[in-house]
Design a protein around this ligand. Structure first.
Ligand code: E4P
Length: 220
């Protein structure tokens, strides 16, 4: 399973990208607003930093406008993936943009029927929102598992992008459910890397290393 980061904050992207684990970035209109940056400027800066798939979402609700907007954002960088909402207009735009060779990420997916429709419209990625499904008392990870199963059975190549990830176990469960990608917030990356035994083990090694003959107190 690949990792994308779900943010438009460049410092967060730089920090996690330096770990060497990122294959892409997802943004949405709320994340762009939270970054306080100009849409085009921030998407282009991210694309240069990461060099993988960068999802940039259209904000029109009408199909013709979505297609126009999608074509425009796709020109900002070869790495841009046009993010479209799972609506009739979004599917129409997905089909039109796919026909032009533009990659798409169909977002706000909350059911298997929706995911099947997006795949038929040619979506490159489908984004089921695990956390938001959990929020209404359903099982977001089971949704990801069912979508992946239906896609495999149908020979569908659309990639399952687990979204709305809220904690490290969501990442583990998404991987076990067969997701191709998980888009993970910065905070969850920082939670994923931590383990008390790693820190305790490192502290012990450094303490012992400092005891070797001729070692000064500061040198590890
Ligand atoms: C996906 O691409 C979305 O940007 C994101 O995962 C939404 O997550 P949220 O439910 O935490 O807002």
């Amino acid at each position: 399973m690949e990792f994308f980061i779900d943010t438009a904050i460049v410092d967060e992207i730089k920090e996690i990208n330096a770990w060497g684990v990122l294959s892409g970035v997802t943004t949405n209109p709320s994340l762009i607003v939270a970054s306080g940056r100009d849409f085009r400027e921030v998407v282009q800066e991210i694309a240069e930093l990461v060099g993988g798939a960068i999802s940039a979402e259209v904000t029109s609700l009408d199909a013709e406008e979505m297609i126009r907007e999608g074509k425009e954002v796709a020109q900002w960088s070869e790495h841009v993936v046009v993010k479209l909402p799972l609506t009739p207009a979004g599917l129409q735009a997905c089909r039109a943009l796919t026909a032009e060779g533009i990659k798409t990420n169909v977002t706000l997916c909350f059911s298997v029927p929706q995911a099947l429709l997006a795949a038929r419209a040619g979506a490159t990625y489908i984004s089921p929102f695990a956390g938001r499904v959990d929020d209404i008392g359903w099982d977001g990870i089971d949704l990801i598992r069912q979508i992946k199963e239906a896609y495999v059975l149908g020979g569908i190549e659309t990639k399952v992008l687990a979204a709305s990830i809220r904690h490290p176990m969501h990442v583990v469960q998404s991987a076990l459910a067969g997701a191709d990608v998980a888009t993970i917030p910065y905070k969850v990356f920082t939670q994923m890397i931590k383990h008390p035994l790693t820190q305790a083990g490192l502290d012990g090694f450094m303490k012992d290393w400092a005891k070797r003959a001729g070692a000064s107190a500061e040198t590890p």
